[in-house]
Design a protein around this ligand. Structure first.
Ligand SMILES: *[C@@H]1O[C@H](CO)[C@@H](O)[C@H](O)[C@H]1NC(C)=O
Length: 388
């Protein structure tokens, strides 16, 4: 009734104002959100058309992984998972395993709909693979989980991985599309073995039999960002074992993650290599948050450590290995401590710098913003009237 009485010229004016307003509010919104969003999210989330520009994500990574531009380009294969079933030896077209293990070259995997995938055997992910669960709810749970072995240039984004169980040795489709024998697996959510240039962003990991994320056997150039780790004893292991000296070259960036509630230890536990642990939220721990052995180097920078009400208030833990004179480089720069948290630093030494190159470097934000920077860690929820 009202509309009919409005003259066309006025209606036109109203529409212009409406349009102007919405474009203004979009600009304003992304600015407001820009202040709240961390540098990775700010690179793609304000784009209302991110669903049709998914490969933009490849330019958003920071830290040791650098940019993921090897994962995109004209020769990129787009693959949609339509079938949640799994056959570890003869994967069907439409399943996740077909996309991740059989297809060679650059592949960008998305999911047609919400899916619960129970893997019959660990999923071996090929080089140049992106698994992109943005916009849907993908759970990989209740049996075998993910493995990256001797592979490089891999993005894993926005999936939920939980209740991973140990696996007996057996045959699986390997990363070169060939069936390979696989040994016993402990039941980790993500296991990296001799892997490099791996970006793990916005995943939610919890309740696994062993750990949530292991970076082992000479793996390096890894960025672990925006993930939510919760309900777990052993959270993250960087470095295979005390004897594996090749891990001296390991470089890992751990940024904008949320640890807790109900995490006990290893956030992360570092052997040999170097970890830049920055702008993460630690919502308590039981034994410790960050620990290590075998002369690890850690730069803990602008994290927020909230000590548990009961249990240890100390963030760090050091395992003695008398053979090499017990050296640790555990440094804390600009960290914030709440609830009585403490951090035993290495005294009298230089803080080892990450020495990032241009592609890898990013601005570290003051620890007082960590709560808001990590607010959307883990799987992003789009049903919340997508802010943009
Ligand atoms: C790690 O990244 C650096 C910098 O991009 C590169 O020089 C080095 O070769 C990479 N190492 C591996 C094992 O990929």
């Amino acid at each position: 009734m009202m509309a009919r009485s409005i003259p066309p010229s006025l209606l036109c004016a109203i529409m212009i104002i409406a349009c102007f307003n919405s474009s203004l509010s979009f600009a304003k919104q992304s600015k407001i959100n820009g202040l709240k969003m961390n540098v990775i999210d700010r690179c793609w989330r304000p784009n209302p058309k991110w669903r049709t520009h998914r490969s933009q994500l490849a330019t958003c990574s920071v830290g040791y992984v650098g940019k993921m531009t090897n994962n995109i380009g004209k020769d990129l294969i787009h693959y949609t998972v339509t079938d949640p079933s799994d056959d570890p030896i003869n994967p069907k077209l439409g399943t996740l395993r077909y996309g991740a293990s059989v297809i060679q070259g650059k592949v960008w995997i998305t999911f047609q709909k919400d899916m619960h995938i129970k893997l019959e055997k660990p999923l071996l992910i090929s080089s140049f693979t992106t698994i992109d669960g943005r916009g849907v709810n993908v759970d990989i749970a209740n049996n075998a989980c993910l493995m990256i072995s001797k592979a490089t240039n891999i993005i894993i984004h926005s999936i939920r991985v939980h209740h991973c169980k140990p696996q007996a040795p057996g045959l699986v489709m390997g990363p070169k599309g060939k069936v390979v024998p696989l040994g016993h697996m402990d039941g980790d959510a993500f296991r990296l073995v001799t892997a490099s240039k791996i970006w793990i962003d916005h995943n939610t990991l919890f309740d696994c039999q062993d750990g949530l994320l292991d970076v082992t056997r000479g793996s390096t150039n890894v960025t672990i960002s925006n993930n939510w780790f919760r309900n777990q004893d052993k959270v993250m292991l960087l470095g295979h074992d005390d004897g594996y000296v090749r891990d001296q070259n390991m470089k890992v960036t751990v940024v904008y993650n949320h640890f807790g509630p109900n995490c006990n230890q290893r956030m992360p536990r570092i052997r040999h290599g170097y970890a830049h642990v920055v702008n993460n939220l630690y919502q308590g721990w039981l034994q410790y948050a960050i620990g290590g052995s075998m002369q690890p180097s850690l730069k803990s920078e602008a994290n927020l450590f909230i000590a548990p009400t009961t249990g240890s208030k100390e963030v760090t833990w050091r395992k003695s290995s008398h053979k090499n004179g017990d050296r640790w480089e555990f440094h804390s720069v600009g960290d914030a401590f709440e609830n009585g948290a403490s951090f035993a630093v290495t005294k009298g030494r230089h803080v080892p710098k990450p020495n990032y190159n241009k592609e890898q470097s990013f601005k570290v934000v003051d620890a007082k913003f960590v709560r808001s920077l990590t607010r959307s860690s883990g799987l992003l929820r789009y049903n919340r009237a997508s802010i943009y």
